[in-house]
Design a protein around this ligand. Sequence first.
Ligand SMILES: Cn1cncc1C[C@H](NC(=O)CCN)C(=O)O
Ligand SMILES: [Zn+2]
Ligand SMILES: [Zn+2]
Length: 491
Amino acid sequence: EKPKEGRLAGLTTLKTLNKKQRFAVPWPICMTPESLKEWVAIESDSIQPLPHFRQEIFKMMDIAADKLRHLGAAVDSIDMGHQELPDGQNLPIPPILLAELGNDPKKPTVCFYGHLDVQPAKKEDGWHTDPFTLVEVDGKLYGRGATDNKGPVLAWINAVGAFQALNQDIPVNIKFIIEGMEEAGSVSLDELVKREKDRFFSNVDYIVISDNLWISKKKPALIYGTRGNIYFTVEVKCRDQDFHSGTFGGILNEPMADLVSLLGSLVDSSGHILIPGIYDNVAPLSEEEKKMYETIDLNLEEYQNNSQVERFLFDTKEEILMHLWRYPSLSIHGIEGAFHEPGAKTVIPAQVIGKFSIRLVPYMNISVVETQVKKYLEDIFSQRNSSNKLKVNMTLGVHPWIANIHDIQYIAARRAIKTVFGVDPDMIRDGSTIPIAKTFQDIIQKSVMMLPLGAVDDGEHSQNEKINRYNYIEGSKLFAAFFLEVAKMHS
Ligand SMILES: Cn1cncc1C[C@H](NC(=O)CCN)C(=O)O
Ligand SMILES: [Zn+2]
Ligand SMILES: [Zn+2]
């Protein structure tokens, strides 16, 4: 007789159940998200470059190291030194944790990557409750970092703890790489991964990242690709000091007019990027791939309503998904030096810096795109015959990442999802970027998988971020089921 779902099984009860039954009941080890509450309470904001927040991240990493040691893991807290910021400030970089539990050569070694820094949050921004106090309302656990990424890191720890609580052998060797600077661009993580390639990572078979969301509120998903990103600044400069438009207006090439025209020539109103050659290396669409988009369960109307957007650029589910996942996009982010405050100041800004980025997809190449962008902007600028100076800089270049969905760990994860949720996952991609995924793939040369736990409406980076209690509990079970499946398939 299968125990009823939703019933809290105490540890003793849980021990008496067989494997199948165990995955059908909630687990005491993650029923009270106490650790999540404790972790959310730490304001580990890596975006605001202030000593106070850095201290909070250090504290966060310390608490996490303790938690991992408590689990029986050997934990290395690696000092990452200091960081010089553009304003001259020198700030300490929080340590990166490398932890390992189990070293049985007969078992596969699974390494989990996660981050414990968070986006900034203030109650005044429109949170209904204090962002750093985990609060449960209607089965939703609200708090900054609940879904991005403290909850999933704890779910992995819960999964390991569950085997221990049941006195059961953990079927895989476990490793953790946990950082505290992801939201700020994973400062110095790349170097550490390169440095540890032949030591910490030498016996790693699989790398799992759980730092994205499902595409649905209910249906679990597996992610097999993320877009990359290439970020540009475009500076147009006349002189150092601003002008009065009454005394100089009419006799100048105005930097803002140059810049607006440059930015305005990047993309047309249908979203098509106007830079010559930019689509040349985009992977052609195969019939097989096209079919995959048809099977994804996305209610376009609901998606549109939830986004509060009147009309998207495309009106079929397939086109929307393809333009988020497998085609590049160009976004204009802002202009430094623009007069953006309210009021009617009659100023001519003397120097402005526009910022835009292009999401990259397979098989676009960063340096090819860089050259195409620079050449195009220089051509447009020269047609204007302006006396101002133009400088185009690439400030960030991250490759797109794509996984082989036939890898053992993808099959294992599909089976684990079936065990815990009773359904086959949506096989999806993500339009945003997790820079470290491609680094892991290139440097460690092992299979990387993204196994998300959170629902589409979790609001990462937004006000009222949450993780559903259901996702947190079932997610912990999912990781445990994954350990069992990957161990079975690996041998
Ligand atoms: C900082 N940055 C600049 N270019 C790309 C990024 C990463 C950022 N990553 C996320 O948001 C994680 C989503 N789960 C993004 O995709 O914008
Ligand atoms: Zn994240
Ligand atoms: Zn984030």
